[in-house]
Every structure is written in C-alpha cells, then in structure tokens.
Design a binder for this molecule. Structure first.
Ligand SMILES: Cc1cc2nc3c(=O)[nH]c(=O)nc-3n(C[C@H](O)[C@H](O)[C@H](O)COP(=O)(O)OP(=O)(O)OC[C@H]3O[C@@H](n4cnc5c(N)ncnc54)[C@H](O)[C@@H]3O)c2cc1C
Ligand SMILES: NC(=O)c1ccc[n+]([C@@H]2O[C@H](COP(=O)([O-])OP(=O)(O)OC[C@H]3O[C@@H](n4cnc5c(N)ncnc54)[C@H](OP(=O)(O)O)[C@@H]3O)[C@@H](O)[C@H]2O)c1
Length: 243
C-alpha cells in the first residue's frame, strides 16, 4: 500500500548526500525500520528502501540519502524540492530493531555512509538505554564531509554513555582513524581509540550499509567468537545490508 508524501524539509550535506523530511501518513513503526519510496516512470514503479532517522513518535519522516551516480531512484530523489510529492509505503518493515536484540552490556553500532540512519532513530527514541549500559558508534566514510549528523553525535556523547568514532578512508591527513572499519578492527586501533573491547559475553554488534563492509567485518567478529544473531539461535551480530 502506498500513500502520497510531501517533502517538507531538505538538508544538503554535499553534492552526493542529502536528507529529506517527508510528511506521510504511515503506520506506526519501530526505530531501525525502513519504508519504501517510489517513483513511476512510464509503466514501471521504481521502489527502493530507506531507513528512518526520526524517532517513531515524530510524525515527520527523516531520511538520509546517498545520491548514487546514475542511480534510478536516488537521482530522482536528489531533485525533489519542498512541496514536491513522493510515494511512500504505508508500512515500515525490518528486523534490526531493539525488540529483536538480546540484552548485552555494550551495544556497538557500526555503519558505512547512510547506514547510520537506523542508529540515529534508536538514539532519538531512547529505549536503548534500558537495554544497554554503553553505546559505541563507528562511522565509516570516504570523506569528512560525509559525516552527516556529526553534531548530533557529539551531543549524544556529551549527555549519555555514548562514544562515536569516525573512520575516514580517503583523507590521508585526517586526524583520526583512516582505515576501513574491518582493518581498524583487525589492527586493534578501533577498540583502542574507544577504550573498549568487543567480546561475545558483553557485546552486541549492529552492522549496516555497504554489503562488502558487512561481510568483511562479520568474518573478523566471528574470529572473536561472536555469532550471527537469529531468533532460534541468539548471537551477537545483527546486520542490515543496503544493497
Ligand atoms: C533495508 C534497506 C535500507 C536502505 N536504507 C537506505 C538509506 O537510509 N539511505 C540510502 O541512501 N540508501 C538506503 N538503501 C539503499 C536504497 O534502497 C537504494 O538501493 C539506493 O538509494 C540506490 O537506489 P538507486 O535506484 O538510485 O540505484 P540503482 O540504480 O538501484 O543502483 C544500485 C547500486 O547503487 C549502490 N548503492 C545503493 N545504495 C547505496 C548507498 N546507500 N550508498 C552507496 N551506494 C549505494 C550500489 O552499488 C548498488 O548496487 C537501503 C537499502 C535497503 C535494502
Ligand atoms: N562519498 C562521496 O564523497 C561521494 C562522491 C561522489 C559520489 N558518491 C556516490 O556515493 C556512492 C558511495 O557512497 P558512500 O561513500 O557513502 O559509500 P561507500 O563507497 O560504501 O563508502 C563508505 C565507506 O565504506 C568503506 N568501504 C567500501 N568498501 C568496503 C569494504 N569492502 N569493506 C569495508 N569498508 C568498505 C569505504 O572505504 P574506501 O574509501 O576505502 O572505499 C568508505 O570508508 C557512490 O556510488 C557514488 O555514487 C559519493
């Protein structure tokens, strides 16, 4: 089922990254879930998934969108202006939600690019503080300009047991981690920078974004004795692949 959404806000992060705020009458959802946006071209509906950043009780949908060069739908979304209409699925879906996660002391949120969206929704919603004592947020991007919502992450860091770490891979002069997330994990620099250790008895790890990043990181986490989390076999790794 689809409803008609209206663009009511837009943040321009840079030429290939933007956020849209959309007014749309969708069913209640859980932080971490995604809706579909669609655009009809001729006879064909081009529909793609986008994770909410807004908390479920915020009626304005907020989405962070990478403009993939030549991408069919993201190129259309990149052209939308205030007042423009866009089809939105009325039901959100997705299993990377807090109610699916087992209790653990530490929650590790790791993402590349726009894969941070589900985590921002969980932070804004706030229930995660009943489930976890500490939250570590690892944000892998090509350039510092890709670090959307960094100001908000700084604020969470000042007010909660929350620590975030950017890994910026295409700026050799970046004053911080310049390795990809899996490499930073393997070298130990990721845990050292955060002053924390990922271990099966204490940690749950969320991975979201680039599928190759998820694959490489999962291999390393499995070497640390963490396993994929399934309803029938609880583990410590939950993933959301964006393509
Ligand atoms: C569950 C889920 C949630 C998603 N949430 C988001 C989101 O919140 N924000 C978002 O920008 N995208 C998100 N995506 C990806 C999104 O659905 C589209 O695939 C993306 O916008 C490209 O669509 P397109 O039609 O422009 O490109 P297409 O013409 O379909 O080209 C697809 C190609 O674009 C690349 N690509 C796709 N998504 C991304 C991305 N996010 N970053 C970099 N490269 C990408 C890949 O190489 C992929 O093969 C999500 C995908 C899934 C499955
Ligand atoms: N980000 C930009 O400034 C920019 C500019 C032009 C176009 N675009 C568009 O945006 C899309 C890319 O978006 P993006 O930069 O958000 O996503 P991305 O290419 O997935 O890169 C995000 C982060 O993931 C890392 N990564 C890539 N492959 C990995 C792997 N196999 N294992 C571990 N980490 C991996 C990247 O490292 P590496 O840097 O080492 O790859 C980078 O740090 C492109 O398709 C393009 O259309 C973006």
């Amino acid at each position: 089922m689809w409803c008609q959404g209206e663009v009511i806000g837009r943040i321009h992060w840079h030429d290939h990254l933007f956020s849209l705020k959309i007014k749309a009458d969708i069913a209640p959802f859980q932080a971490g879930q995604f809706v579909k946006l669609a655009h009809v071209v001729g006879e064909k509906r081009i529909a793609r998934a986008y994770s909410m950043i807004n908390a479920p009780d915020d009626p304005e949908l907020e989405l962070l969108i990478t403009h993939v060069q030549g991408g069919q739908l993201s190129s259309h979304l990149a052209r939308l202006q205030l007042g423009d209409k866009i089809a939105v699925s009325t039901r959100a879906t997705g299993f990377m939600v807090l109610s699916e996660l087992p209790k653990a002391r530490d929650l590790w949120m790791m993402a590349t690019g726009s894969g941070v969206s589900p985590y921002l929704s969980m932070l804004r919603q706030g229930d995660l503080w009943q489930q976890f004592e500490r939250v570590y947020f690892v944000y892998g991007v090509r350039h510092t300009q890709d670090l959307a919502y960094a100001d908000e992450l700084e604020r969470w860091q000042q007010t909660h047991p929350f620590h975030w770490l950017p890994c910026v891979t295409r700026e050799p002069d970046f004053n911080g981690i310049t390795q990809r997330i899996p490499e930073a994990l393997l070298s130990g620099s990721l845990e050292e920078s955060l002053g924390a250790v990922i271990a099966a008895p204490t940690s749950h790890v969320l991975l979201c974004g680039n599928p190759d990043f998820i694959k490489a990181t999962t291999v390393i986490l499995k070497e640390k004795q963490l396993t994929k989390h399934l309803r029938r076999a609880p583990g410590q790794i939950s993933v959301e692949k964006y393509w």
